[in-house]
Design a protein around this ligand. Structure first.
Ligand SMILES: [Zn+2]
Length: 319
């Protein structure tokens, strides 16, 4: 437990079959096959040491850590009663009969992972959930996201475990507008994002720095690759996290900056996610007792997602 850099870590993986029961229309990129693809990769003997835990469903109170109660009910009202039905709740955001259960179970998994790293049951954890969460603003479900899972995990760490400073690092290729919205005026949470610009949702300018410099945006131009990403990650994200000295590092782990991804034009390779994970683990070793909790966001090419998330999890396990 609490092994130093380069020693084996205790890594937990939170999963639940309900994540496969959140359905979107045919052709939608955010689909259950994403997790099926990752699960096949995780069958490799490399992952034998992973502690795989069934995520439990969170209750409505967890949602209200960052969203008003009305937002919970607004999503609930849209849930269809019949299996097989799909409702569109926003431009590209859909719900099926089990979507609320899936979103609440993603939150339950992320909160349990936070509990684990604060109580010493694990050094770090990955939550293999869907729907994703980082586009969900305080008052708005959008961009495939219903509730902001990683933001709720941050608030849970503060409320239950007394974390004074929580850093959220978001390397999904889309800007985490929801997380920025929620923590804009809160100096106790640092939010750092690398993302392609211009790209959906259009936010994430470098000049947007929050109430106290607690928002750090590192936009990347289309068609850049590993070198640009690593330079921005080092000079903007890692330096900010180091200065902030967090008690916990949360990762909004999207893998759609991979060159194979159909939704963006950043040309990363799987090894870049391994590299970024290792750099954050070094900082967590220094300031946060190794505490890292990573939550799956985007990543829409099945092969790239399985490879990149696999390397990310392997790095969490190996330190
Ligand atoms: Zn994304």
């Amino acid at each position: 437990m609490f092994a130093g850099k380069g020693e084996a870590m205790t890594t937990r993986l939170y999963e639940n079959s309900v994540f496969l029961e959140h359905h979107t229309p045919p052709g939608h990129p955010e689909r259950a096959d994403r997790l099926r693809s990752l699960n096949i990769a995780l069958e490799h003997p490399h992952f034998a040491g992973l502690e795989r835990i069934e995520a439990k469903v969170a209750n409505e109170d967890a949602v209200t850590l960052v969203h008003p109660e009305e937002q919970f009910f607004a999503v609930m009202r849209q849930i269809p009663e019949e299996d097989g039905e799909i409702n569109q709740i926003e431009a590209d955001t859909y719900v099926s009969e089990r979507s609320l259960q899936a979103a609440l179970t993603a939150i339950g998994g992320a909160m349990a992972a936070v509990d684990d790293v604060f109580t010493g049951k694990a050094d770090n954890a990955f939550v293999a959930s869907r729907p994703p969460g980082h586009h969900a603003e305080k008052n708005k479900a959008m961009g495939f996201c219903l509730f902001n899972t990683v933001a709720i995990a941050a608030r849970h760490a503060q409320k239950i475990h007394g974390a004074e400073r929580v850093a959220i690092v978001d390397w999904d290729v889309h800007h985490g507008n929801g997380t920025q919205d929620i923590f804009w005026d809160d100096p106790s949470v640092l939010f750092c994002s690398t993302h392609q610009m211009p790209l959906y949702p259009g936010t994430g300018a470098k000049e947007d720095t929050g109430v106290s410099g607690n928002i750090v945006n590192a936009p990347l131009s289309p068609n850049v690759g590993s070198d640009h990403f690593r330079e921005a990650f080092k000079s903007r994200v890692l330096s900010a996290v180091k200065d902030f000295s967090p008690d916990l590092i949360l990762i909004s782990a999207g893998f759609d900056a991979h060159h194979r991804d159909p939704l963006a034009q950043i040309n990363l390779v799987g090894e870049d996610f391994d590299w970024a994970t290792a750099r954050l683990m070094e900082l967590a070793d220094r300031t946060a007792n190794n505490r890292v909790v990573s939550v799956l966001e985007g990543g829409y090419d099945l092969e790239a997602l399985a490879e990149s998330a696999g390397l990310h999890i392997l790095r969490l396990m190996r330190g």
